[in-house]
Design a protein around this ligand. Structure first.
Ligand code: IMP
Length: 205
């Protein structure tokens, strides 16, 4: 079984990523279990930040690393909060504070202008200085609901409405969310790329 450090301390993400990777034979070690502090997220894009986090974790753990950076892009806000989703209401803002700020900003935005999407960048590095990281993205398109619904998930999930299901992300069972979500898509793409690299399948060298 291959040990890989996961560069996240978000318990919700750990659970989601762990569930998807469970059948893959990869043993995920959260960076917090190794006493590794979170990297500074100074990048200007989700990919920048995911790479920063992965290299930081790999350097300290001396193991291959997986990192994700994700956020929500709202059409009526020209794509904000995007890469700043976790810090939308301030540097140490809680999920509740960020959600409230989004609700306030969109209070006067009509139904047909409330399009949004979750985006996730997922990165794998073999070691800190890896010159060929694997980078995969996932997108999940939805709308920002006028009212919160559901108790599952985290972050903006209570207002992230999934039109094809008629439910918010917070009303979905974890397995259904993983099957549809930006993070699930990015992680499955990463697994395919990773297994291809490890087995030589699809590798061009
Ligand atoms: P990160 O931990 O720096 O990647 O920040 C991601 C932030 O984006 C989270 O704190 C949430 O605010 C938001 N976010 C990303 N993915 C999700 C999701 O699946 N549900 C709800 N909010 C999410």
């Amino acid at each position: 079984m291959q040990r890989v450090v996961l560069a996240s301390s978000n318990a919700h993400k750990l659970r989601e990523i762990g569930e998807i990777l469970a059948p893959s034979g990869i043993e995920l070690v959260p960076q917090t279990a190794l006493g590794i502090a979170a990297a500074d997220e100074t990048g200007r894009s989700l990919i920048d930040n995911a790479l920063l986090k992965a290299r930081h974790a790999a350097a300290h753990a001396r193991l291959p690393a997986i990192a994700d950076d994700s956020g929500i892009e709202v059409d009526a806000l020209d794509g904000r909060p995007g890469v700043y989703s976790a810090r939308y209401a301030g540097a140490r803002a809680s999920d509740e504070q960020n959600l409230k700020k989004l609700e306030q900003e969109l209070a006067l935005v009509p139904h047909d202008r409330r399009g949004a999407r979750y985006v996730c960048a997922m990165v794998y590095v073999r070691y800190a200085t890896d010159p060929s990281p694997i980078v995969c993205e996932g997108h999940w398109v939805g709308r920002i609901a006028h009212e919160r619904r559901g108790n599952n998930g985290f972050g903006y999930d209570p207002v992230f409405f999934v039109p094809e299901l008629g439910l918010t992300a917070a009303e979905l069972d974890p397995g259904v969310k993983n099957a549809m979500s930006h993070r699930g898509q990015a992680l499955r793409a990463l697994l395919v790329a990773l297994l291809g690299v490890q087995t030589g399948i699809g590798a061009v060298s």
